[in-house]
Ligand binder design. Structure first.
Ligand SMILES: CC(C)(COP(=O)(O)OP(=O)(O)OC[C@H]1O[C@@H](n2cnc3c(N)ncnc32)[C@H](O)[C@@H]1OP(=O)(O)O)[C@@H](O)C(=O)NCCC(=O)NCCS
Length: 113
């Protein structure tokens, strides 16, 4: 089995995998209380927002970090539209570029992003 398989199993054990029809979101709650969003895939319009709403329910008041490959123009635009703030650009070990974004999840239910 690949590393991805064991990564997913680990997320299941930590209750950090959100599955809905046509979508998956994997995240990781760090020791410092912040959240890394590892993967989000939507196979139908509306599902991406549905997944984020479920994540926010579980992460009220927390900071979420996302790393998005710079060549994924659609996805980068989507994060910005969803209220994520660009923080910096990073280079991976293989030399590709990632945009790093952060988002503060409101404590209450006023989140509309
Ligand atoms: C990025 C992704 C998760 C978005 O999911 P989605 O289901 O298409 O998104 P939604 O339909 O829920 O988005 C809804 C909102 O975003 C807006 N939106 C959709 N695409 C957009 C874009 N490219 N730029 C800006 N806004 C966009 C919609 O207009 C809508 O806005 P509204 O609520 O104000 O009307 C999806 O395209 C995907 O799985 N991409 C491939 C995997 C990937 O790139 N993941 C992220 C890696 S960092």
């Amino acid at each position: 089995m690949s590393g991805t398989f064991f990564d997913l199993l680990d997320s299941v054990a930590r209750n950090e995998l959100i599955l809905v029809e046509d979508g998956i979101l994997q995240y990781y709650l760090k020791k410092n209380g912040e959240v890394t969003l590892s993967m989000i895939i939507s196979q139908r319009p509306g599902v991406g927002q549905q997944l984020l709403s479920k994540l926010y329910e579980k992460c009220k008041g927390k900071t979420i970090w996302v790393r998005c490959p710079i060549n994924l123009t659609h996805s980068n635009n989507w994060w910005v539209k969803r209220g994520y703030r660009f923080v910096r650009q990073e280079t991976t070990r293989k030399g590709s570029f990632l945009n790093v974004y952060r988002y503060e999840v409101p404590d209450d239910d006023s989140n509309t992003h």
